[in-house]
Design a protein around this ligand. Structure first.
Ligand code: DQA
Length: 145
């Protein structure tokens, strides 16, 4: 089985970007830890980070993954196109945010993804990706994938 992890704009700056909100871990560390954990469960993990909306959309169209873990970053609050892409391929997904978006500016309280997600994790930092991965692995095993 395969899980696609998607990270949206500015998440390539993790480690140096507003550490009060996003912590000190780099994206490379987060992704290599996730990959190791997935591989241990016999699942392959594919990752894309892009600052360009169309590249995320194209990656969703092209994937053969059975599950998606997505942090759409700022596109969370703006992108009907990314929402339509993920609904278009009908792959189940979990939405992750490092920060607690509900404790921040009102424009971060709405998500174009949450009403369609299997689950939403926010405010737990990089740990949120680990929890999402555990849930995704359980889902795939239960669905014999
Ligand atoms: C974020 C929260 C978004 O509001 C913000 O635009 C991001 C990161 C998070 O992981 O906390 O870029 O998705």
């Amino acid at each position: 089985a395969k899980i696609l992890v998607i990270n949206g704009p500015n998440l390539n700056l993790l480690g140096r970007r507003e550490p009060g909100h996003y912590g000190h871990q780099t994206l490379a560390t987060i992704v290599s830890d996730l990959t190791a954990a997935a591989n241990q469960a016999d699942i392959s993990l594919e990752h894309i980070q892009s600052n360009a909306e169309y590249q995320l959309i194209d990656a969703i169209h092209a994937t053969d993954a059975q599950f998606i873990i997505i942090n759409p970053a700022a596109f969370t609050h703006t992108s009907v196109a990314l929402r339509d892409a993920i609904l278009g391929v009908a792959i189940p997904f979990i939405e992750v945010h490092l920060s607690n978006v509900h404790a921040r500016e009102p424009f971060r309280h709405h998500s174009y993804f949450s009403d369609k997600a299997q689950g939403v994790i926010c405010g737990l930092g990089a740990q949120g990706y680990d929890f999402a991965l555990q849930a995704a692995i359980k889902y795939l095993k239960e669905h014999n994938k």
